[in-house]
Design a protein around this ligand. Structure first.
Ligand SMILES: [Zn+2]
Length: 545
């Protein structure tokens, strides 16, 4: 027997052998059983999702003398005659290759004649959006006054290109991509049927690469079997030109750690392995997308992206260390690279350039990189503030009840009384807590007694203290919380908690970034210098580079 491609061998003969599209199949079965057949169907959907197979089954089912549950019986005279590809009642046309006016005229002539075998003459027109204007007009004329014995099944990947006059006369069915897990089942049958030893991982890799198209999936399997009866993940990757996951994780790690040397070395390794930069860039994009999805959706990625459990765990673990903004930026860069590579004379240089850009982000003047750096600086500043606050608070203990605002005079007084206390001390309040600990304790108490206030405090962070005045700063975008927290009632509750935790009357102030900057500008130089002297002492020092 002549070799037949797998996707032909496994083309479903009836609805019960179809994979996916359950809702469509159910509706069609019902129509066949009740005999309520519209004159024109429109099957839309991406390639390989079963449009043509469904059309062929439907054409036979509506002609069958004794359909079984909406499926053609395969036994009656009509069924048997229609199995012959040359029958005159099922007419298949490919609009992509027969676009001319001749076909339009033939069509108009041909619909006049009744079917020869069954009840209906069925025209299956593939890629119908490719028809010429003349052919559309001929089709439209027929659809306006269809003879009772004619059924059109129009199939297209581009329904938006069809004129509304056609769309409005068809019953439309949208064929979704087939989930990878369903494709996997059919691949397993096909592999076993062909006597191939295929691993689950290999078949899953094929199912994912097919992106919801059964025909593509079976064609890839066919190619793999062409190399031998053993089909494993490595073979699939080499047939598809994709890279294995372990390598991709090493690559994304190098990017995240800004390890330019390792990145370039990995690209070299990839090239020496005989892979194409374009295929690799696509793999990296998919890999980064999966990481990003893992960050946003957590364990749900297993279902969304059809991943095995161990793969899901790996993605969740690895994506934890890279900020979302960086992943987005890296993904953007690689997606752009995919487009640009088509026009590049030296794809490797393009790949290296994009990879290095991802690594050397800190010197790049784009907003995401700047945001990254701001976030890092904010962390450093808040850590520094903590330390400074501790230094200043030492004075607070020595000068009791400084409830008034921290003026230049009081700062001066503090400086006087606490000159020897330059080293940062931890014990500050009568309760023996540092400012930090006081804040934490107050927040703990608020969490118990005032959950609403506690919730608001979570939308910002502790920003240090000046003596007994504790500062809180709203996170970017949460400035609206500031006024709420400063309202007399809430402020009082917070201050009570702070006072209890500190053992001295304490105050609270919520700020946003803007007002804090302003406040710092307003602070007098004198106070600033006093603060410096207090912390570092008054001796002149030489700055050594
Ligand atoms: Zn039949």
């Amino acid at each position: 027997m002549a070799y037949q491609a797998l996707y032909r061998q496994w083309r479903p003969k009836d609805f019960s052998h179809m994979v996916g599209q359950e809702a469509i199949v159910e509706t069609l079965r019902h129509q066949v059983e009740t005999g309520r057949i519209p004159h024109a169907y429109l099957f839309c959907g991406s390639r390989g999702t079963g449009k043509t197979s469904t059309a062929k089954i439907l054409a036979r089912a509506i002609n069958c003398e004794h359909p079984k549950n909406g499926d053609p019986c395969g036994e009656c005279d009509t069924c048997r005659q229609m199995e012959n590809e040359d029958n005159l009642d099922i007419i298949e046309m490919d609009a992509a290759s027969n676009r001319g006016i001749d076909d339009a005229r033939t069509l108009r002539e041909s619909v006049k004649y009744p079917p020869q075998i069954g009840k209906y003459k069925v025209y299956i027109i593939d890629e119908v959006h490719m028809l010429t204007k003349e052919a559309f007009n001929a089709l439209l004329k027929t659809l306006e006054e269809p003879p009772a014995h004619i059924v059109f099944i129009l199939a297209t990947t581009e329904p938006q290109q069809l004129p509304t006059t056609i769309l409005s006369r068809c019953q439309r069915f949208d064929f979704g991509r087939i989930p990878a897990r369903q494709i996997l089942g059919r691949l397993r049958e096909a592999a076993d049927g062909a006597g191939a030893e295929a691993t689950d991982g290999a078949l899953m890799a094929i199912a994912r690469a097919a992106e919801g198209g059964m025909r593509d999936a079976l064609s890839i399997l066919d190619m793999c079997i062409g190399y031998g009866k053993k089909v494993d993940e490595a073979l699939v990757q080499s047939v598809l030109g994709t890279s294995d996951r372990a390598f991709l994780f090493r690559f994304s790690k190098a990017l995240a750690e800004e390890n330019a040397a390792e990145t370039i070395r990995l690209i070299d390794e990839m090239m020496k392995g005989g892979k194409e930069p374009a295929a690799f860039a696509k793999s990296v994009s998919e890999h980064l997308r999966t990481m990003l999805t893992a960050k946003c959706c957590g364990e749900a990625i297993a279902e969304i992206l059809d991943l095995a459990d161990d793969t899901t765990a790996e993605y969740l673990r690895e994506s934890e260390h890279i900020p979302t903004s960086r992943l987005m930026k890296m993904l953007e860069a690689f997606m752009q690279l995919e487009t640009e590579l088509k026009y590049m004379s030296s794809p490797r240089i393009g790949l290296e350039n994009t990879s290095l850009k991802c690594c050397l982000r800190t010197s790049e003047p784009d907003t995401l990189a700047i945001n990254d750096r701001i976030a890092e600086l904010e962390n450093q500043i808040s850590a520094l503030k903590d330390q400074i606050a501790k230094g200043v608070c030492v004075a607070a203990e020595a000068a009791p009840a400084p409830k008034e605002k921290n003026t230049a005079a009081s700062a001066g007084k503090k400086a006087e009384t606490s000159r020897p206390a330059a080293p940062v001390q931890k014990t500050l309040t009568p309760t023996g807590r540092s400012a930090d600990e006081t804040w934490k304790e107050a927040v703990r108490q608020l969490q118990k007694g005032e959950p609403a206030i506690h919730g608001m405090l979570l939308m910002g962070s502790y920003a240090g203290s000046n003596g007994t005045n504790y500062l809180w700063k709203a996170n970017p975008g949460f400035d609206i919380i500031v006024a709420s927290l400063n309202s007399a009632e809430r402020k009082k509750k917070i201050e009570e908690a702070l006072t209890a935790a500190a053992g001295v009357p304490s105050t609270f102030q919520a700020t946003d970034m803007q007002s804090e900057i302003k406040k710092n500008e307003e602070a007098s130089d004198e106070e600033y210098v006093a603060g410096l002297i207090e912390t570092f002492g008054a001796e002149p020092v030489d700055v050594v580079e």
